[in-house]
Design a protein around this ligand. Structure first.
Ligand code: PLP
Length: 469
């Protein structure tokens, strides 16, 4: 019998992503111990509906026996080989499966260890491509504000979330950010068509400013995910792709979140947004988070151009010990098999609109200022008072709601003043109803907290009138 692992409630040694180093050990994170389907269980035995699917990743749901079996079998068959000098059947087979489901001629797959390394490697491939073409100046990257692309030096620099930029260093002068195509930024009186023109104009203006001869690539998430589930105006990606083509720039579609069913298709670029980008990055749903893996896909067109230019040799000196790890590839194969066999993309195309519709019913709650999304990804945005920008209270709003929801059996992903949901594709109509009902109660309780705090603030203020009063 195996010895049970001793788990300390205090989590003092694990530095978590985005950890506040000053407060290491102070955080009381929920300790999860088990999961099945759309539910996880905490260490006290409470069952919680996992509305973010971990981190947009457990697309087939938790605890799948056949995934465990596939991973087990691969470990017993062959644990690891060097991807430099050898290949394995799962890695080769999984690459072929991905090529078969990818848009257009994106038939070439470079495996990585996760999303950050997928985007980082894809960007290095863009640099490599332009070096091979003798265009060594053509290296600048245009990305979107509120975009997130990872945590390597380069992908952190390409990410466009201002709040993340204060304490770290970033690549200087190489990356340029344009405004997110956020419908809430549309000025009053502007038509949809004018707004679309303005969004695309931002890309054109940036290219003009930097110089088309220097711009290599536009990086965009089909829907800005952790930036707040921002759905661009219709036609945005198609128009941006045209701008890229006109300026001899590549288009990198970062589908780390939107891939593998979140929007009802294996990839959203073509099936949802009508574009065939030059490169697609993927991770998360690629293995449904059972084991880490990422990949970028690149078109035959680019590969052929490099072959034509390369002469005898064109080495892309980039890779990882775990590129094409056979165990991760076996998990990826089984994951895609499950998705196809159970028709999970089709299911998501039915349940996604229902989830969006049900979440819209929350708009009657006074602090809910926006509900948006597409497919099985959504965001409920709240403000203490619309337009008041009470930063202290707004900042904590998402966490407050999450805390209340967790007590009632639901995890939401708090993002500043937003709650983000991206459940497993297996979620049923009833489970969506359960999610929305608990979320409603959680938001109402958070609203009550705020009222109470405002009142106690108010009575404290009246006991101590300000000197100018
Ligand atoms: C769109 C997008 N790209 C890249 C990444 C980075 O992926 P990873 O955390 O697996 O490195 C993320 C992570 O959330 C993401 O949302």
């Amino acid at each position: 019998m195996s010895t049970p692992v001793k788990v300390k409630q205090q989590d003092n040694q694990f530095i978590h992503p985005w950890d506040d180093i000053v407060k290491i050990g102070d955080h009381k994170r929920t300790l999860l111990s088990r999961g099945e389907g759309v539910y996880v269980h905490d260490s006290e035995g409470n069952r919680l509906l996992d509305a973010p699917a971990g981190m947009w990743c457990v697309n087939i749901g938790h605890g799948r026996e056949e995934m465990a079996q596939a991973i087990h079998d691969q470990i017993m068959d062959l644990t690891y080989v060097s991807p430099w000098s050898m290949t394995t059947s799962p890695a080769a087979r999984f690459a072929a499966m991905l090529a078969a489901v990818s848009p257009g001629d994106l038939n070439n797959v470079f495996f990585t260890t996760g999303g950050s390394t997928a985007v980082d490697s894809a960007l290095r491939f863009v640099q490599f491509y332009n070096n091979m073409r003798g265009k060594r100046e053509k290296k600048h990257i245009i990305a979107q504000k509120r975009g997130y692309h990872g945590s390597t030096f380069l992908t952190g620099s390409v990410s466009g979330k201002e709040r993340d930029k204060s304490n770290l260093d970033f690549v200087e002068g190489l990356v340029h950010h344009i405004d997110a195509p956020h419908p809430l930024l549309k000025p009053e009186g502007q038509s949809e068509a004018e707004f679309l023109d303005a969004c695309v104009g931002n890309l054109e203006n940036m290219i003009a400013e930097v110089g088309a001869d220097k711009c290599a690539v536009f990086v965009a998430e089909p829907i800005l995910a952790s930036g707040g589930v921002i759905v661009p105006p219709e036609g945005y990606h198609q128009r941006c792709l045209e701008v890229c083509r006109k300026n001899d720039m590549l288009y990198l579609s970062d589908e780390v979140v939107t891939g593998f069913g979140r929007l009802g298709y294996c990839f959203a670029s073509e099936d949802v947004f009508g574009i065939q980008p030059d490169l697609i990055t993927t991770a998360k749903g690629l293995t449904s988070g059972y084991v880490p893996m990422g990949a970028f896909l690149v078109s035959d067109r680019l590969i052929q151009e490099i072959k034509d230019l390369g002469g005898d040799s064109a080495v892309f000196s980039n890779g990882f010990t775990y590129s094409g790890h056979p165990v991760a590839a076996a998990a990826g194969i089984k994951n895609l098999e499950i998705m196809q066999r159970e028709e999970l993309f089709e299911q998501a195309r039915e349940t996604g609109p229902y989830m969006q519709q049900q979440l819209q019913t929350l708009r009657d709650i006074p602090i809910v200022t926006d509900v948006r999304g597409m497919g099985l990804m959504a965001c409920v945005e709240c403000e203490v008072e619309e337009g008041s920008r009470d930063l202290v209270m707004d900042l904590a709003l998402g966490s407050r709601i999450d805390k209340h929801c967790q007590k009632m059996g639901l995890i939401v992903r708090p993002l500043i003043n937003m709650c983000v949901m991206s459940p497993p594709l297996t979620i049923t109509y009833e489970q969506i109803d359960e999610m929305v009902a608990i979320l409603r109660k959680g938001i109402l309780l958070a609203m009550q907290d705020i009222e109470n705090e405002k009142n106690s603030r108010g009575s404290a203020d009246s006991r101590h009138p300000s000197p100018t009063a």
